[in-house]
Every structure is written in structure tokens, then in C-alpha cells.
Design a protein around this ligand. Structure first.
Ligand code: DLL
Length: 435
């Protein structure tokens, strides 16, 4: 089913005319309300009136996570705080989070786009949606929640964690759909089986999974463990949250980006050049209807391809492929975005630890585990006693949990143990299976 038939199936020429009108409006607005954009446009020598066609988008400067950081927390907002009704945040590259704001109208549009996603998964008001995305600063929980309500479905606001209780609700309330990260879906299935729950005979019909990369192999595993259809949903806090794009149950090949609200480009991450449709590169988003936190040419760092071929569902919006990688060093651990630099900041504050560290990611069962290996400072007399070592290890684990929100295992090793690189330090060893 198509939630907003009119806008999701617009003929391309009509869609592009609408996009241009909205782009011109947003460019005018940010130029006149956000100091950062005025300065960046002036430096690039482009004025709002220069945007005469969609191709002129490429004349505008990119916005990066660094720009967000430089304007922390509210410097890129285009409306006064009195018009902002909600704030969310996600991990920044360092201790400072990336903060995003929404007006009432922004929340309204986000809710509609999430309702479109649920409809694309074949859901309607008769469905019960078990929402196990985290509620809080993370956009997943509340984003999906408002969308489910907009659709008229019954939403169970489970949030993440507490797997035993999740399993009880899954059996007792009989939800027909589930939203969570794909790795958590596999974990639920496994723990349920271990507890003797017949996971294939729950009422679940469909799952809406995203917030982390996953593969077709994982899709097969989830579908067979839970006896459901598993669909991919994509989004990022900066651009809105979940619901920037969604796979349709009819096509099952790529996620439709809601192009009446977001313009998309694919660029070469090295040169910044715009690549032709179909080539692999970094996704860049421009929001054309957001009020509180509009973004011009935001570099997502997500690597994928776009496909403009018509889809059998009838939607005319471009499809993006699965996210194939990142053009920066961000890791996603159990759905939480983690930058090595955040961990480094914590490590170097310990007097006994050096800045030589490595992050090892591996998978235990279906869940990601992160080990932090860090060398003792050579000038500290060593080796550390067992008590001293375990005290600093626990301290760093606590700090990481408190600041980033993930559990890790920290191991202090002797100076010179970790491999030194010739060029760029290799901070991450990712041992997770690729498929
Ligand atoms: O993860 C929003 C979201 C919530 C999406 C729930 C889907 C479902 P952030 O925490 O800002 O927002 O993380 C955004 O997560 O740039 C991608 O690298 C990654 N990501 C999100 N969805 C997918 C997906 C939310 N379906 C970052 N496949 C993005 C692969 C994904 N990666």
C-alpha cells in the first residue's frame, strides 16, 4: 500500500519542479537565518538567486559533521528555540554529540514519512507494532512510534533491551510487526528459542530493520528464524532520523528515498565530484522541507549506489542500495554509532595509559562486542599489578559506558605490544563476518 499516493508516485518532471521550488526556498531561508550558511555560501561565491535549476545544487558547499560540531549545540538551527519542540542527538566524532531539532511541522512530516515506511512494509491500522528501537536521544524509538500512530496502528513502546520481557510481550500481545536493529532481531530469535519459545509461530508477519549495516545473508537468517518478511529501513539523525528511505515489500530491491523532502547526490568521497546515477559513492543529502534544522549537501559518509529505474510498487522515488560501507571510521556497535576518536579521548585521560590503542570488534552469537586494547605508558613503572590494571580497565569501561553508552572489554597491555603502522594508525580491527 502507498500511504501518500499523490506524492510518492509523482511523475519525475513534476517531482523535479517541486524539488526545485523547495530547494530555492530552503536556500534563501538558510542564507538569511543561519550565519554558518551565509558565510559558507559567500566563501563559495554563490548567492541564493544563483540556484536556477537542480543542477545548480552542485554549486553549493558541502556541510560536514565538523560543521555540526563547530556550531554545537544549536548554531545551525534556522528557527528560534521557541519554535523547537523536540531535540535528539547522536554520537559526534568526539565527546560532543550531534544535536538535531524539530519544529511541530518537522515532527509532523517525520511522522508521515515513517507512516509511509510502515505502509511500504504492507502494514495498516489493524497491525500491532512492537517497537524495540531505543527511546530517548536516539531517533529510532520516537521516530518509529509517531509513524506507527500516524498510520493508526497499535504501537507497543518497548524500547531496547530487557530481552525476556520483549519475548513475553511478543507472545502475549501478538504484535504483527517488529522494529529493531537486525542484529537484535537475531538475538531475540536465539534467546527465544533457548527459552523454548516457538519463534516461528508468533503472530509476527514483518520486520522493519535498520540503524546498522546488514546483508542479504542476515535477511535470510532473520526471515527463517522468525518466519517473517524482513525489510530494510534507513535514516540518519542529522537528516531526520529513521524514515529517510524504506524498502517496499513489492520490490524488495533498494530503499525508496522520499524525494519530495530530501535531495540526494552520490559523490566521490575523495574529490567531492558528483557521480552519475548508478555509480558507487557517498550519499549526500539536502533537506528541502525541514524548518528547525535544514541541511544543505550534508555528507552522510555512507557508501551506496542509486537506482532510478521504475519500481513495481509504483513509487517514482529513487532507490538506494544497502549501505556498503562508510567513508570515515565510524563503527556501529549494537546500533550505537562509535567513533574511535571518542574512545581515544577517554583513554588518554588516564595517567597510566598511552595513546596506543586498538579497537577489536567481533561477534558473540549475533551481537557485536568491542574490545579496547591499550598500552600502558612506558614511563610508568611496570608491569602494572593485577589490581592496578583491573582498576584502570574498569574505570575506562565505566567511562565508555557512561559517555558513549556501550559495554566494552578494556585490556591494558605492555608497551610495544600493539602493531605500529607505517602511515595512518590502524585503530580498528573488525572481525565481524562480512555476510
Ligand atoms: O540510526 C536512524 C535509524 C533508526 C535508522 C532506526 C533506521 C532505523 P543515527 O544513529 O544517526 O540514526 O545513525 C545513522 O546509521 O549514517 C548509517 O551509517 C547507519 N544506518 C542507518 N540505517 C541503516 C541501514 C539512525 N538500514 C547511521 N543500513 C547512518 C545500514 C544504516 N546502515
Amino acid at each position: 500500500m502507498i500511504y501518500n499516493e499523490e506524492f510518492e508516485t509523482l511523475p519525475r518532471e513534476v517531482l523535479e519542479a517541486l524539488q526545485l521550488k523547495r530547494l530555492q526556498q530552503v536556500v534563501q531561508r538558510v542564507y538569511h537565518t543561519v550565519g554558518h550558511y551565509r558565510a559558507a555560501f559567500d566563501e563559495a561565491g554563490v548567492k541564493p538567486d544563483d540556484i536556477k535549476s537542480l543542477a545548480d545544487l552542485a554549486r553549493l558547499p558541502f556541510t560536514t559533521k565538523q560543521d555540526l560540531r563547530d556550531n554545537y549545540p544549536f548554531g545551525l538551527f534556522a528557527v528560534p528555540m521557541s519554535s523547537v519542540v523536540r531535540l535528539h542527538a547522536s554520537s559526534g566524532t568526539t565527546g560532543r554529540a550531534t544535536v538535531v531539532g524539530y519544529t511541530k511541522r518537522d515532527i509532523d512530516i517525520w511522522s508521515e514519512l515513517m507512516a509511509r515506511c510502515f505502509a511500504a512494509a504492507g502494514l495498516n491500522k489493524n497491525d500491532i507494532i512492537h517497537n524495540a528501537y531505543g527511546y530517548g536521544l536516539f531517533t529510532g524509538g520516537l521516530g518509529a512510534h509517531y509513524g506507527a500512530e500516524r498510520l493508526g496502528a497499535s504501537v507497543i513502546p518497548m524500547s531496547g533491551g530487557n530481552t525476556k520481557r520483549q519475548l513475553m510481550i511478543l507472545q502475549d500481545f501478538g504484535p504483527t510487526a517488529i522494529c529493531c536493529t537486525p542484529s537484535y532481531a537475531l538475538n531475540l530469535a536465539e534467546q527465544g528459542r533457548a527459552m523454548g519459545v516457538d519463534m516461528r509461530n508468533l503472530k509476527l508477519r514483518v520486520g522493519i530493520f535498520g540503524a546498522e549495516p546488514w546483508s542479504d545473508k542476515m535477511r535470510d537468517d532473520i526471515e527463517s528464524a522468525l518466519n517473517i518478511k524482513a525489510l530494510n529501513i534507513y535514516g540518519l539523525s542529522e537528516v531526520m532520523g529513521p524514515g529517510v528511505s524504506m524498502e517496499c515489500i513489492e520490490g524488495l530491491s533498494g530503499m525508496h528515498i522520499f524525494e519530495d523532502h530530501f535531495l540526494t547526490e552520490i559523490i566521490d568521497p575523495e574529490t567531492g565530484a558528483v557521480l552519475p546515477c548508478g555509480e558507487k559513492g557517498e550519499l549526500v543529502f539536502t533537506t528541502i522541507t525541514k524548518e528547525a534544522f535544514p541541511l544543505i549537501r550534508f555528507r552522510s559518509r555512507d557508501i551506496t549506489t542509486l537506482n532510478i529505474a521504475p519500481c513495481r510498487c509504483g513509487r517514482t522515488h529513487v532507490r538506494m542500495d544497502r549501505v556498503m560501507g562508510r567513508s570515515d571510521d565510524m563503527l556501529i556497535i549494537r546500533g550505537v554509532n562509535v567513533f574511535p576518536s571518542q574512545i581515544e579521548e577517554i583513554v588518554v585521560q588516564q595517567a597510566s595509559l598511552s595513546p596506543h590503542y586498538v579497537l577489536e570488534v567481533h561477534r558473540e552469537g549475533h551481537l557485536d562486542e568491542l574490545d579496547v586494547l591499550v598500552e600502558r605508558r612506558p614511563e610508568i613503572p611496570g608491569p602494572l599489578s593485577i589490581a592496578a590494571r583491573s582498576s584502570v580497565e574498569h574505570e575506562v569501561e565505566r567511562e565508555i559506558k557512561g559517555l558513549i553508552g556501550i559495554s566494552t572489554k578494556v585490556r591494558v597491555v605492555e608497551p610495544g605490544t600493539l602493531q605500529r603502522s607505517q602511515g595512518k594508525a590502524v585503530r580498528v580491527i573488525d572481525k565481524r563476518p562480512k555476510n
